[in-house]
Design a protein around this ligand. Sequence first.
Ligand code: M6R
Length: 607
Amino acid sequence: MCGIVGYVGENNATPFLLKGLKRLEYRGYDSSGIAVLGEEIGCVKEVGKIEKLEEEVSKNELKGSIGIGHSRWATHGGVTEENAHPHWDCEKNIFVVHNGIVENYKEIKNKLIKRGHKFVSDTDTEVIAHLIEHFFKGDLESAVKKALRIIKGTYGLVVIAKKDPGKMVAARMFSPLVISVNDKGSFVASDPSAIITHSKKMIFLEDGDVAVIQKDNFVISDIKEKIKEREEVTLDWDIEDSQKNGYPHFMIKEIAEQPESITNSMRGRIVLEEGSAKLGGLELVEEELKNTKKISIIACGTSYYAGITGKYLIEEFSGVPVEVSLASEFRYRKKVIEKDETFIFISQSGETADTLAALQEVKKKDVLTLGIVNAVGSSIARETDAGVYNHAGPEIGVASTKAFTSQVVVLSLIALFLGRQRNLSLEEGKEVANTLLSLPSLVSEILKDDSEIKEVAEKYKDFKNFFFIGRRYGYPASLEGSLKLKEISYIHSEGYPAGELKHGPIALIDESFPTVAICLSNSVYEKMVSNVEEIKARNGRVIVLANRDKKDVKELTEDVIYLPTAPEFVSPVLAVVCFQLFSYYVSVSLGRDPDKPRNLAKSVTVE
Ligand code: M6R
């Protein structure tokens, strides 16, 4: 995710900005830039590492006591110097750094172009600079507030203006900003880690806040000019802690971020009144998708399990048959590719060697290729014909967490879209859309109190083998649960479709081999209960994932993890969040490092 840092004070802003950006590096970025206001505003931007920016800045003598900096993780527009922040207006008076997404940027941009504004980037952020310019009459605060009345979407932004010096104007809507003041000046950042070395006292802005920050003070108000008092908080963090936002590991931080990352994956993509999804990246291929007769999904690891979930979703909502393949197998298989077949490649990193090689194989045929990718501008995103970005933000923990849930959400949106192109009724579509919209709060419910999961993890941490079983949507969820446990705790674990147990694996069951069974209140509940009974009959221990309305599960086992009741198609997301927590707590209580599991790399760019 992008990072912001800003400074106004007595000293030269440049070193503060560069140090702040370096502290934000852990968030992941692809380009960066700073703008510093002295006599003039000087701005330097670079693609790649902050070191490259530092090198360029050293050649440019950027000096001034006010400045803003940004590290960008591309969302709108590729990874280029033009698209890196800060962005400016026609007159090079106003400079902006921004985190978030301006949903109505195209509409605003078209209007501004008609008024003669000239744009140099493909970003939504540049629109903010020009819109502020449109309203600017010498008072930056007032121009920013007028612009914010028009902007729809999310923002954490900081603006400076040559013609209204001595201040930064910062505004927040769903994208964090924090202010800190010491004897050297005032600092603002998207994350305390960028500025915590200057002071541990922080003022966190709230949604709707606009702050005018000067060298020794700041005033917070809303766009209606109402003054807001915000409490000062003293953070007892060191640098490493602050990068993890106070969490002990990136993995648990990323697990906790899922209500937000799921929201970001859906933002602006659900059209409730049409009971459908609007996916900008697929607009140009809508006709081809309407005529597609078969979908093939190709991926590795967690992304492959998201792909299996996608098969169930797409077949249920649209009736289009789906085949799912592991990229490492697909690339060497004799391929029978059908006419009107569409291929979807799923990858968090967009750089996985096997998935990329499979894509290159498919591209030799005349078929449509789509990507579901988190890393903007990555190879798979560039090489597919079209696609949908996850917008889940960078995932630092090696074990995929928010990438999985976001992939499943994007696949649900695609399934809904394909369904509405075919036989899914408006009413059914609305139901699906509403369920998806409720998903972030259902996930929050699990995260709010995970004490049950922690207790079960503690009780079972010393077992050496596990099964994870489920049926229908519970099947890919059990595969992902099993992968999470084995990769971060090094406990042997197998994910199985519950119905397959009796065809062999049940021979392993005894009291030392526990099974985690997904027994949710849905179409396969009774079948799952029978599977649990079969395991118990062989002295197997069972941990059951259940909904609270099923009181009788308590008769099955004493170890129950409850999750909120929801329609079956979102159950993989909810079950997997529970498994992520379970695996995390097992790993930590065994003294493992869940962020850096042995033998694993975050991005598998070799075969
Ligand atoms: O970046 P990708 O989604 O293409 O990565 C594929 C797998 O390597 C990945 O999903 C891996 O299985 C997970 N990190 C495991 O948690």
